[in-house]
Design a protein around this ligand. Structure first.
Ligand code: PHE
Length: 342
């Protein structure tokens, strides 16, 4: 005859191993262990046979058995009649584990917006390498070795190879497109560019550009203006005015800079427009004949326009971000302010 202790151990093993396949099995279990004539009651009944000095210990063991039997039953008691689930039923009232959602970076949002506006009018997106050779970043763009315009862009050179630079503009991608793609060409080139500037609220050693290029027969300055006007009204709203000022870029002739009427004050004067009512947003012009010739395109037959804008600048105007450093500091408090914009 096994002792009471041994018996309890055996029952405990049985309970631990028990996993009902359905509600009927669970009911069988309940009757066997917890019913009015069940094992737990029965074992409690045997307490009177235990010698007085062992009662305390036996009582503890018995309570343990009772709790184990009840806990097992509780685990499965929500089991639907006829259900065949194995294992414990999920507790749907428990709070879920929160999933932190990210936000799109404002620069990416604006870059996507710019490229998709140009895609709508037939431009396709082209990208190129950030480490460029001298030919694609400078020389082919009508900036030979000692051209003074090279000083306009404080260039980072790659120490191991004097022919390599971190591209100073995405015009280098336009050069690559002219080299490889058949005419007519209509591309928009987004990407990161680098210039050796001291980091401050108004300058950074890297930023982002979107540059466009259109080369075909009979492309005129009027086409350039119309295209940019379309972009401005879509991006900043119908009432935005534009103006062109003559400027200089080695790879365009004639060249211009384009301003838009200040979207913050509407022209009456504020910090963004420095009280002038206008904010500069991009450089543009007709592709220089020398650049066309560099890629074997006959300037007597083909003409083209190009333009380039800073993504940070457009984002700053759209969202009044007044410190360029915020874009790359990864401060979630800054980024969260753009939650939900697409
Ligand atoms: N590449 C010029 C810049 O980085 C912008 C530009 C592009 C100007 C195309 C004219 C035409 O400043």
């Amino acid at each position: 005859m096994p002792s009471l202790q041994e018996q309890i151990k055996e029952y405990e093993q049985e309970i631990n191993a028990f996993a009902p396949a359905n509600a009927a099995e669970l009911e069988e279990y309940r009757i066997r262990f917890l019913g009015t004539k069940g094992i737990v009651k029965q074992v409690f009944g045997e307490m009177k046979t235990v010698p007085a000095e062992q009662r305390k210990e036996a009582g503890q063991l018995l309570n343990g058995l009772k709790q184990l039997a009840e806990a097992k039953y509780d685990t499965y008691k929500d089991m639907q009649a006829g259900a065949t689930a194995k294992g414990p039923v999920a507790d749907y009232t428990l709070p879920g584990t929160p999933i932190a959602t990210g936000t799109r970076h404002p620069l990416r949002v604006i870059e996507n917006k710019i490229t998709s506006l140009f895609e709508k009018i037939g431009f396709s997106v082209a990208t190129g390498p950030e480490i460029e050779d001298d030919w694609h970043n400078f020389t082919s763009l009508n900036m030979p070795q000692d051209h003074p315009a090279r000083d306009m862009q404080d260039t980072f050179y790659v120490a191991t190879n004097p022919d390599w630079v971190l591209r100073t503009h995405t015009s280098s991608t336009q050069a690559r497109v002219m080299e490889t793609q058949p005419l007519p060409i209509r591309v928009i080139c987004p990407g990161r560019v680098y210039r050796n500037e001291t980091i401050s609220a108004r300058a950074h050693c890297f930023f982002h550009q979107c540059e466009g290029l259109y080369i075909d027969k009979n492309v005129s300055f009027a086409d350039l203006k119309q295209t940019l006007y379309y972009f401005v009204t879509e991006m900043f709203g119908e009432n935005t005015k534009v103006r062109f000022r003559p400027s200089y870029f080695p790879f365009t002739e004639p060249s211009a800079e384009m301003d838009i009427s200040c979207t913050v004050c509407g022209g009456s004067g504020c910090n963004l427009c420095k009280h002038s009512g206008w904010v500069e947003i991009l450089g543009c012009g007709m592709v220089h004949p020398n650049m066309l010739r560099n890629f074997g395109i006959d300037p007597e037959v083909y003409t083209g326009f190009a333009f380039g804008m800073g993504v940070e600048r457009i984002t700053q105007i759209k969202y009044q971000v007044n410190d360029l450093r915020l874009y790359s500091q990864n401060d979630v408090r800054f980024l969260r302010q753009f939650q939900g914009i697409d």
